[in-house]
Design a protein around this ligand. Structure first.
Ligand SMILES: Cc1ncc(COP(=O)(O)O)c(C=O)c1O
Length: 352
């Protein structure tokens, strides 16, 4: 089976983890600090704060931004659950916006209609590794005094007009879950140029402690381990090579596949966390892939507003349609030439 994702872990990661294990300093310490410093340099922000997941990074970002009960936060109808559940964690209300049918990202043209006097922030999600239309989103945010928290969990190294995502809004959030473009097993990162936000995020990540056993605010144990950071540091060295391999697989599919290719916006570097196509009878297509040993993923079969927790009656037509027919095929950097050739053969051989 050609896997939809596969961790790219080599001897260097194993040696780095071994060094941490032998040091006896397993929890958050100097290795995490080094990972934060190097990640901030890579993204191009003044600060980076590591956490133990993308979800905890999102929650910390919202808390550090001061999102609280009664506030509304605008986000996309089509993303992973954590994008919106982190708003609930702050007892605030997610307000959903439908997506652009070409990019699957939040449609900026629909944002303004959703702004109320309770709106405090927008969370654009760079889905599948493709940056959102950030110029328009930043303009709307500025005009309405809203914070922008970029959910870049799927878009490490992606660029919008030559600027890396995570460095465009007020705060960026990344995930290093094992399927992501770079990984630490579980892990997350917050990026920002705002010193106060960075300071608050550091407190929130660690039980609100300013000094040992002096707790200034509500916080959590969202700390990353030195073990995870050791993997992250090695992965960060490889990030551009890993992205290039994804992009080169995507280019090959673009040349060879007969199905409609994913749209890539002008002015972006799309890092192809996923290569997502659309098919009419998805169940039949899935069965065809399974029979022929090609892995796949469905991101996502249910739009966020239709999840029971949000239970919205509003119709998000574009997200609804996408949830019924999107399917992602393997594009990950572990694929060999013969794998991508096989994927092409199997996908092109489908008689829908
Ligand atoms: C868009 C998006 N946001 C947030 C997250 C949450 O990250 P994590 O799984 O590291 O908690 C993910 C992870 O799948 C994601 O894809």
């Amino acid at each position: 089976m050609i896997p939809i994702s596969k961790p790219e872990i080599g001897k260097e990661e194993i040696a780095a983890v071994t060094r941490v294990l032998e040091s006896g300093m397993l929890a958050q310490g100097e290795v995490v600090e080094e990972f934060e410093d190097k990640f901030a340099v890579y993204i191009g922000t003044d600060y980076a704060i590591a956490t133990n997941s993308g979800t905890s990074a999102l929650h910390t970002a919202l808390a550090a931004q001061g999102i609280k009960e009664g506030d509304e936060v605008i986000t996309t109808a089509f993303s992973f659950f954590a994008t919106a559940s982190c708003v609930l964690m702050q007892n605030a209300t997610p307000v959903f916006v439908d997506i652009d049918p070409k990019t699957y990202n939040i449609d900026p043209a629909l944002i303004e209609a959703k702004i109320s006097d309770r709106t405090k922030a927008i969370i654009p999600v760079h889905l599948y590794g493709q940056p959102c239309e950030m110029r328009e989103i930043m303009d709307i945010a500025k005009a309405n005094n809203l914070a922008v928290i970029e959910d870049a969990a799927q878009a490490h190294g992606a660029e919008y007009k030559a600027k890396k995502v995570g460095a465009i809004g007020d705060i960026g959030v990344f995930s290093f879950y094992s399927t992501k473009n770079i990984i630490t097993g579980e892990g997350g990162m917050i990026t920002t140029n705002n010193e106060e936000i960075a300071e608050r995020a550091r407190l929130i990540r660690n039980h609100g402690q300013s000094r040992r056993y002096f707790h200034d605010c509500l916080g959590y144990n969202y700390r990353m381990t030195n073990i995870a950071a050791a993997i992250g540091l090695v992965q960060l060295k490889k990030i551009d090579t890993l992205s290039l391999r994804r992009m080169s697989n995507a280019r090959y599919y673009g040349e060879q596949l007969k199905v409609k290719k994913p749209f890539v916006s002008p002015n972006v570097k799309h890092v192809f966390h996923q290569y997502t196509i659309r098919v009419k009878d998805r169940d039949k297509f899935q069965a065809h892939l399974e029979r022929n040993g090609v892995g796949y993923g469905i991101y996502y079969p249910v739009p966020l507003p239709s999840q029971p927790l949000f239970d919205s009656n509003e119709l998000f037509e574009v997200a609804e349609l996408a949830s019924k027919d999107v399917i992602s095929i393997p594009v990950n950097p572990s694929l060999k030439r013969m794998d991508v050739e096989k994927v092409v053969k199997v996908v092109n051989g489908y008689e829908g």
